[in-house]
Design a protein around this ligand. Structure first.
Ligand code: MG
Length: 163
């Protein structure tokens, strides 16, 4: 088994949609970024790639590449899962945190779990998404940004998986 860690942070700005875990959330602000800025999916991608020692999101899907402008981050997750499987791994489980002072994310967490699980080809029971505020301190607490953290456990599905 191998574990990986992922982290992301995007600034909260006006005139952008707020998309987390593939769920569009009704809110006055959204996350700035080159892609759809789905910080939860980005942290999950980095956790998966990290567990397999396959680099990070920037090395596979560079910001400068116009193919990734406004791209649906779930498409990048699909490609990440393909790479992970190709390298001989299966996903054991994923656990993630979203740190946001607002909006309230509790009502959306199960939808995020379902979407992430489906895209990774695992069950919702293998995916956990938790939300917390930042006690009104720091960039997340002041509503300037939303950050995310994720860990992923991979299982070697083939004997040649671990190099
Ligand atoms: Mg990001």
């Amino acid at each position: 088994m191998r574990i990986g860690i992922g982290y992301d942070l995007h600034r909260l700005v006006e005139r952008r949609p707020l998309i987390l875990g593939g769920v569009k959330i009704d809110y006055a602000k959204g996350l700035a970024g080159h892609s759809d800025a789905d910080a939860l999916v980005h942290a999950v991608i980095d956790a998966l790639l990290g567990a397999a020692a396959l680099g990070n999101i920037g090395s596979h899907f560079p910001d400068m590449d116009e193919r990734y402008e406004d791209v649906d981050s779930l498409v990048l997750l699909d490609e990440t899962v393909r790479l992970i499987r190709e390298a001989g791994y299966e996903i054991g489980n994923v656990d993630a945190n979203i740190i946001a002072q607002a909006p309230r994310l509790g009502p959306h967490l199960d939808a995020m779990r379902d979407i992430l699980a489906r895209r990774m080809g695992i069950s919702a029971g293998q995916v956990s998404v938790k939300a917390k505020t930042n006690e009104e301190v720091g960039p997340e607490g002041r509503g300037e940004a939303i950050s995310t953290q994720a860990v992923a456990l991979l299982e070697c599905a083939r004997l040649d998986a671990e190099k």
